[in-house]
Design a protein around this ligand. Structure first.
Ligand code: ZN
Length: 254
C-alpha cells in the first residue's frame, strides 16, 4: 500500500497566539502553557521531522473551515461564533480575516454585554458574554458539572435554571445585535456544543433579537446559520490552512 507523504500540518489552539511565528503567547485553558511564549509549531515540526507546521487560533481555523467548505462558503463578510465551554469567534471582513493590532481580533466572548459587576469573567473583567452564556459558566452558576443539566432542569420548570438560561439568551442577543450593527456581516455562523445541542436557546433568540432591534439595513442583509462542520470545524480549518499556507496561498486569512 502506498503511504502518502505529509506535506504540511495545521495546528488549532486557543489564543492568544502568533499565527505567523507559531508561538502560543499565553493561555489559561491548556495546562502547561501558562507562562508561555511556547513555540508550539516549531516543537511539533521537530517531532514530525520535516514538514512545515502552521498554528492558528481555534476559532480562526473554524472560520477558515466554514468560509472555505462550510456554512460561510461564498461569503466575504461573515462572523464565526462558537458557544461552547467558552464563547469565542473570528471576523472576516471584505474577504479578509480581521486580525487586529496584536492578533486577538474576534475574541467575541469577552465583548461586554452586561453591566452587573457581580458577573465576573475569567479574563478579569465583568459582564462579558462568556460570563453569562458559556457552558462552563452556566454550569458553575447553577452548581453542576455540565450545562446540559441546567437546560434539562429549565425544561421541566426549574425557575432558577430558567432564569440563568434567559439571562444567557439575553447576553447572546445583545452580542449579535452589536455584531450586526457594528460589522454588517452577511452571515453569522454559530457553532460550538451548546449551540449544537440547544439551538432554540442560542440561535433562535439571536434571530429574534436581530429582527426586533438591529438596524434595519444590516438586519436585512444577515443570516444566522448553524455550523456546517460541527465538531470537526477546527480540524477541517487547520488542514485547509496548512494546505494553503504550504502552497503560498491563504493570503485572505493571514
Ligand atoms: Zn471576559
Amino acid at each position: 500500500m502506498a503511504v502518502g507523504v505529509v506535506a504540511a500540518a495545521g495546528l488549532s489552539a486557543p489564543g492568544p497566539l502568533d499565527h505567523q511565528t507559531g508561538v502560543i503567547l499565553t493561555t489559561q485553558n491548556i495546562a502547561g502553557f501558562v507562562d508561555a511564549n511556547f513555540p508550539l509549531a516549531a516543537r511539533v515540526a521537530a517531532g514530525l521531522g520535516g514538514p512545515p507546521v502552521f498554528l492558528d487560533r481555534d476559532t480562526v481555523m473554524a472560520a477558515i473551515g466554514e468560509g472555505t467548505v462550510g456554512a460561510a462558503k461564498g461569503a466575504r463578510d461573515f462572523v464565526y461564533l462558537t458557544v461552547s465551554t467558552g464563547v469565542g469567534g473570528a471576523i472576516v471582513s471584505g474577504g479578509r480575516m480581521v486580525r487586529g493590532a496584536s492578533n486577538t481580533a474576534g475574541e467575541l466572548g469577552h465583548f461586554p454585554v452586561g453591566m452587573d459587576r457581580d458577573v465576573r469573567c475569567r479574563c478579569g473583567s465583568f459582564g462579558c458574554v462568556e460570563a453569562y452564556a458559556a457552558g462552563r459558566n452556566l454550569a458553575e452558576a447553577y452548581g453542576v458539572a455540565d450545562a446540559s443539566i441546567v437546560y434539562a432542569k429549565a425544561a421541566v420548570g426549574d425557575p432558577r435554571a430558567a432564569a440563568l438560561i434567559a439571562r444567557a439568551e439575553a447576553a447572546l442577543a445583545n452580542l449579535v445585535v452589536g455584531i450586526v450593527n457594528a460589522l454588517n456581516p452577511e452571515r453569522i455562523v454559530v457553532g460550538g456544543s451548546v449551540a449544537e445541542h440547544e439551538p432554540a436557546h442560542v440561535i433562535e433568540p439571536m434571530r429574534r433579537a436581530i429582527a426586533e432591534r438591529a438596524f434595519k439595513v444590516p438586519a436585512g442583509a444577515v443570516r444566522i446559520v448553524p455550523s456546517a462542520l460541527a465538531g470537526d470545524v477546527s480540524i477541517v480549518g487547520a488542514a485547509l490552512a496548512a494546505r494553503d499556507r504550504a502552497a503560498g496561498r491563504g493570503q485572505w486569512f493571514l
